[in-house]
Ligand binder design. Structure first.
Ligand SMILES: Cc1cc2nc3c(=O)[nH]c(=O)nc-3n(C[C@H](O)[C@H](O)[C@H](O)COP(=O)(O)O)c2cc1C
Length: 329
């Protein structure tokens, strides 16, 4: 792999916010592997204002996660402004991130997330209200490139957000209509990076170090944001970092290293659930499914993991699998 060109400063690596995935435990694991910037799963302005227990857990982070941002969604500028003040008071994040990309119907129906991409006047009001409420705390945003293929407006959205004081912009190169289908359009991301004065972070389909480096060089973004690939292979941060640092190939992650990591993840999750092992393991199941993608005999493995309810059982499954497939990467 070619080392980075001297003129282009190395990109920051971001773990994409992912609801149900990027809790404090997983974020710290990714940070240890080389992620620079972390963001909480999205939380609604209303959840913050009601200070419910679920929201408290979404907002939890450890000092070693910094810089860490809290991601908010909502469409009511006044309520968002109140929520921003409350959250800054409550947990003291390094930045606030506004979600203008979520395509999920429940969010869009309440005019949140990506629905603001087709209502630029409201988007502008939301950004202005949040920037004013946040005071000295920087506000960033995450957008998709537009609502659908006929209304790609990332350049306009970026211009509005920049004008309202948004300090950094992550662009997922898909439209709302695409959901997670098709491919991220990095030409639009590159166009935003070229025209914006604020740092632009590119996001979409980065699933290997070589692809990440190629997209970074072609697009001129200031940072790379990785989502789904990290769910399955968090070592991607280490691999990108090593490629950036001098082109050395990162060591292949062997089966025993993978299982040790997965078991460690489960241990940390149990600690986070204050020892409630059954609850922690239940919440880990979807994580375990993601980790097994690409492992030998994955279908059989997933069948077993679907019912895992204790750390002891996870260790047993890990040992059986590693022994049966010793030597497989
Ligand atoms: C399970 C899941 C949950 C997500 N939750 C959020 C979220 O809370 N906030 C957000 O801005 N994006 C969310 N996203 C979108 C990701 O942050 C990212 O933009 C998208 O997955 C594209 O990047 P990737 O191709 O690297 O996965 C989510 C994506 C997935 C797969």
């Amino acid at each position: 792999m070619d080392p980075a060109p001297a003129a282009q400063p190395a990109p920051l690596l971001f773990l994409a916010p992912m609801a149900g995935v990027t809790n404090t435990v997983f974020r710290r694991l990714c940070k240890n592997l080389g992620a620079d910037v972390l963001i909480t799963e999205f939380v609604s302005a209303e959840g913050i204002l009601h200070r419910n227990e679920r929201t408290r857990r979404y907002l939890e982070f450890q000092p070693d996660e910094r810089p860490v941002g809290v991601q908010l969604f909502g469409a009511n500028p006044e309520r968002l402004a109140e929520a921003v003040k409350a959250v800054i008071d409550w947990v003291g994040p390094d930045f606030i991130d506004l979600n203008f990309g979520c395509p999920v119907n429940k969010v869009v129906a309440r005019n949140g997330g990506s629905s603001l991409l087709r209502d630029c006047p409201l988007l502008k009001k939301v950004a202005a209200a949040v920037v004013a409420a946040a005071g000295k705390v920087p506000v960033t945003a995450k957008i998709r490139i537009g609502w659908d293929s006929k209304s790609i407006n990332a350049l306009e959205t970026a211009r509005i957000l920049e004008g309202e004081g948004i300090q950094r912009l992550a662009v997922h190169g898909r439209t709302k209509e695409q959901g997670y289908t098709g491919q991220a359009d990095w030409t639009v991301i590159a166009a935003v990076a070229a025209s914006a004065r604020i740092p632009v972070i590119g996001n979409g389909d980065l699933d290997s170090a070589s692809k990440a480096l190629a997209r970074w060089r072609e697009s001129g973004v200031a940072g790379l944001m990785i989502g789904r690939a990290a769910m399955n292979h968090p070592w991607i941060f280490r691999e990108i970092r090593m490629a950036l640092d001098g082109g050395a190939e990162a060591p292949v992650v062997g089966l025993s290293e993978k299982w040790a990591f997965i078991v460690h993840h489960a241990e940390l999750e149990i600690a986070w659930w204050e020892g409630k092992e059954d609850l922690a393991m239940r919440s880990m199941r979807s994580r375990l499914m993601a980790y097994t993608r690409g492992l030998p005999n994955g279908a059989r493995l997933r069948e077993k993991l679907q019912h895992v309810d204790s750390l002891a059982r996870l260790r047993e499954i890990a040992e059986e699998h590693a022994t049966a497939h010793n030597g497989c990467g």
